[in-house]
Design a protein around this ligand. Structure first.
Ligand SMILES: N[C@@H](CCC(=O)N[C@@H](CS)C(=O)NCC(=O)O)C(=O)O
Length: 213
C-alpha cells in the first residue's frame, strides 16, 4: 500500500495521525500542502482542512476517520484498549479534544474573531484560555476517576486518547496557558514525549518546519 499524508508541520489534527502512523510503524510519505500548486489541496480534500490521507489513490479526510481506518487496516499494535469500557473511555477522552475543544479554538476561529468580529488580541486570548480551562478541567477529572492510574491515558500503552492529548498540549503551550492545575495531563504528556513515535510526530522535526532543509 502507498500512503500519503497531506498536512503541515503545525497541524495538530495531522500530528494525531502522524503519532498513530508511528505507533503502528506504518511507512508513509509526508506531503506538506505548502508545496502543492495553488488550489490543488482543495481538489484533494474539498473542505481544505488538514490532514487528508491518500491510500492507493483514495482519499479520506478528518483525523478521527483516518485513525479509525488505520486501526482497521493495521490492527496491530492497536491504538484502542482491549476492554470495551476502557475503549469507550479512550474514545470519549479523545472526542472531548477533537470534537469539542479543538474546533472552537483553532486558527480559523481565532482569525474570524479578530478579523470579522473585531475582537482584540486580549479578547482572542481570553476566548482561547476559557475553552482550554473548561476542557482541561474535565480531562483531568476523567483521568483522576480511572479505576487504575495507568501510565498512559487508558492503558499501559498509548491509545487514541494520548494521540489526541499530546498535540493539544503543544497548542496550549504555544499560547502560554498555565498547565499546572493539570498534573495528570502533564504526567501522561511527559511519558508520551519520551517515546520515539511521539517525538517523530512533533512539529519541529517535520520536513517543512521553517529552517529545515
Ligand atoms: N476535525 C478536523 C480538524 C481539521 C483542522 O481544523 N485542521 C486545521 C489545522 S489543525 C487546518 O487545516 N487549518 C487550516 C485552516 O483553517 O485553513 C480533523 O480532525 O481532521
Amino acid at each position: 500500500m502507498s500512503l500519503k499524508l497531506y498536512n503541515r508541520y503545525q497541524n495538530s489534527a495531522g500530528q494525531r495521525v502522524r503519532i498513530v502512523l508511528n505507533l503502528k510503524s506504518i511507512p508513509y510519505e509526508y506531503v506538506s500542502i505548502d508545496g502543492l500548486p495553488p488550489g490543488r489541496y482543495q481538489e484533494i480534500n474539498p473542505q481544505g482542512l488538514m490532514p487528508a490521507l491518500e491510500l492507493d489513490g483514495r482519499v479520506v479526510a478528518q483525523s478521527q476517520a483516518i485513525i479509525e481506518l488505520l486501526e482497521e487496516l493495521y490492527p496491530n499494535p492497536s491504538v484502542l484498549p482491549k476492554d470495551p469500557w476502557a475503549r469507550a473511555e479512550a474514545r470519549s477522552f479523545a472526542a472531548l479534544i477533537t470534537s469539542d475543544l479543538h474546533p472552537v479554538n483553532n486558527r480559523r476561529i481565532q482569525l474570524y474573531l479578530a478579523n470579522e468580529l473585531g475582537a482584540t488580541e486580549a479578547q482572542v486570548q481570553a476566548w482561547y484560555r476559557h475553552w482550554v480551562a473548561t476542557a482541561y478541567g474535565s480531562l483531568e477529572t476523567m483521568l483522576a476517576g480511572r479505576s487504575v492510574q495507568f501510565p498512559f491515558c487508558y492503558g499501559d500503552t498509548p491509545s487514541v486518547a494520548d494521540a489526541a492529548l499530546v498535540p493539544q498540549m503543544d497548542n496550549t503551550r504555544r499560547l502560554a496557558c498555565d498547565l499546572t492545575p493539570y498534573p495528570r495531563l502533564l504526567a501522561v504528556d511527559a511519558r508520551c514525549r519520551a517515546l520515539a513515535a511521539f517525538q517523530r510526530a512533533a512539529s519541529e522535526v517535520q520536513p517543512d518546519y521553517p529552517g529545515r532543509t
